[in-house]
Design a binder for this molecule. Structure first.
Ligand code: FAD
Length: 435
């Protein structure tokens, strides 16, 4: 079997990359080792930049129709007696333009939508139940059951997630950082009118609720490492109470979970590979970076990697400029953006990592100020959205810390839009040239 591009892994990253390439006429073979739907929960929150990318791929309407739009994340800080002490909002509508909301969509359903769109192209070859075992000379070494075979290609892209064989073949190491907490995660029914996201915390507890379509809600609840086993031995009513204590809105719904079977353990990790590209190979998504799930960015980073690598590779084939060094453009665009998001997610994680009252007080103050100061609010939402990057400066930190007063005046729409990545910044080789 022969292709222009071989992709290892049919998660959101690999599928988005495949769709992007086949739409531009590139011949793609994708191998996905799983035959059935993945049993574990994964990312489900689509940030505005991902929506912009899916719009360019012709999937925007389909995704909107199958997801729950989230305009606002409601951040509630509760007292020890579980009374609301403070409330602030992360509001996507401070972002001007079409992409001013996040969307919650079932992970496997999103994969199905992208796969279906890619399968409409004759130049897409999807190998289901086929594992990539490594690489030979210009070939990917594949295995289906006991049968072994090879695919010849010009480029090999690894989208196999955390345990990437392509990353291994590229001899790229990752150093994993772990956290002082784990999460319980589960999806269960919700009230029809509960559609905005909620992050509810006390000084030592955290619950995130992210409404999905079909009147369901995905939840994450922070626990100390090692507590999962002991928790599972308690009656399920103990789990219900952990949730209803913090979020009365789930009372009557979370109780529909009748045992611990669906409640999974999620262990957050962080890493960033030193490099994404070597010779004719590149890695995207979780193969190249993992972020703490607090800011809901993991899947979005995979989509954004796929967009840039896909556009670049398609341009290389179209212009017949397939020199391997061109692949470095992908790393040049994506590395610093991904690094910034990793740091943002890490900081967000730290804000909830330490179960002490002064930390909770500082967190509450920071969120309050972020909401009151329109520039801080815009910066926060811009960075989270993926539409642009605007780092916080010393003045911002002073405002957050209460040392300087908040700014009252909001930025004009045009000034905000100047902070969005331009097509020249997303795809700089189009103007600067390929070799
Ligand atoms: C357990 C878990 C829970 C998560 N929960 C959240 C969350 O709540 N919120 C959030 O924002 N993010 C979450 N994430 C992160 C988010 O889901 C990922 O960042 C995102 O799915 C990355 O997409 P990807 O395509 O790079 O990798 P993946 O989604 O991991 O897809 C990789 C695919 O490659 C396949 N594969 C692997 N090895 C091979 C091989 N050798 N040959 C062929 N195929 C192979 C796998 O079967 C899989 O389908 C979670 C991640 C994990 C692992």
């Amino acid at each position: 079997m022969k292709a222009d591009v071989f992709i290892g892994g049919g998660g959101i990253g690999g599928l988005t990359l495949a769709l992007k390439l086949v739409q531009r006429g590139v011949n793609v073979v994708l191998a996905e080792r799983m035959v059935v739907k993945a049993p574990t929960y994964k990312g489900e929150l689509l940030q505005p930049k991902s929506m912009q990318i899916f719009d360019s791929l012709g999937l925007y309407e389909q995704i909107c129709n199958r997801s729950n739009e989230i305009k606002v994340l409601d951040m509630l800080e509760l007292s020890s007696s579980l009374q609301v002490k403070d409330q602030s909002f992360m509001d996507y509508s401070v972002l001007p333009g079409k992409y001013n909301a996040a969307y919650m969509m079932h992970h496997e359903e999103l994969k199905t939508v992208i796969l279906k769109a890619a399968c409409a192209f004759d130049n897409f070859h999807y190998l289901k139940g086929v594992a990539c075992k490594g690489y030979g000379d210009g070939t990917a070494l594949l295995q289906k059951g006991t049968e072994k075979f090879e695919v010849e290609a010009q480029f090999f892209f690894g989208a196999e997630g955390r345990s990437s064989v392509t990353r291994k073949a590229m001899e790229v190491e990752v150093k994993q950082t772990t956290y002082n907490h784990h999460f319980l995660t589960v999806t269960f029914p919700r009230a029809e009118d509960f559609t905005d996201g909620k992050i509810i915390s006390t000084y030592n507890r955290f619950l995130g609720l992210f409404p999905l379509p079909d009147d369901q809600v995905r939840s994450v609840y922070l626990i100390p490492p090692g507590d999962y086993k002991a928790l599972k031995e308690k009656p399920i009513s103990h789990f219900h109470k952990l949730y209803t204590d913090l979020a009365p809105v789930v009372d009557g719904y979370v109780q529909q979970l009748l045992d611990w079977k669906k409640i999974q353990l999620m262990i957050p990790v962080m890493y960033h590979a030193d490099s994404y590209v070597k010779d004719n190979k590149a890695i995207i998504g979780d193969a190249s970076h993992a972020v703490h799930p607090m800011a809901g960015e993991g899947m979005n980073m995979a989509i954004q990697d796929a967009d840039v690598l896909g556009e670049l590779t398609a341009d290389m084939f179209e212009r017949q400029q397939t020199d391997l060094t061109n692949l470095k453009w992908y790393e040049k665009v994506r590395y610093k953006r991904a690094d910034h998001v990793i740091q943002l997610s890490h900081l967000a994680a730290l804000a909830y990592s330490f179960p002490f009252k002064p930390v909770s007080y500082l967190r509450q103050r920071t969120f309050e100020r972020m909401e009151e100061d329109p520039i801080l609010h815009f910066k926060q939402m811009l960075n989270v959205s993926g539409l642009g990057m605007w780092k916080e400066n010393v003045r911002d930190r002073f405002i957050q810390g209460g040392i300087m007063p908040v700014r009252i005046k909001d930025l004009a729409k045009d000034t905000k839009e100047l902070r969005y990545y331009t097509p020249e910044e997303d795809y700089p080789w189009k103007t600067e040239g390929l070799i």
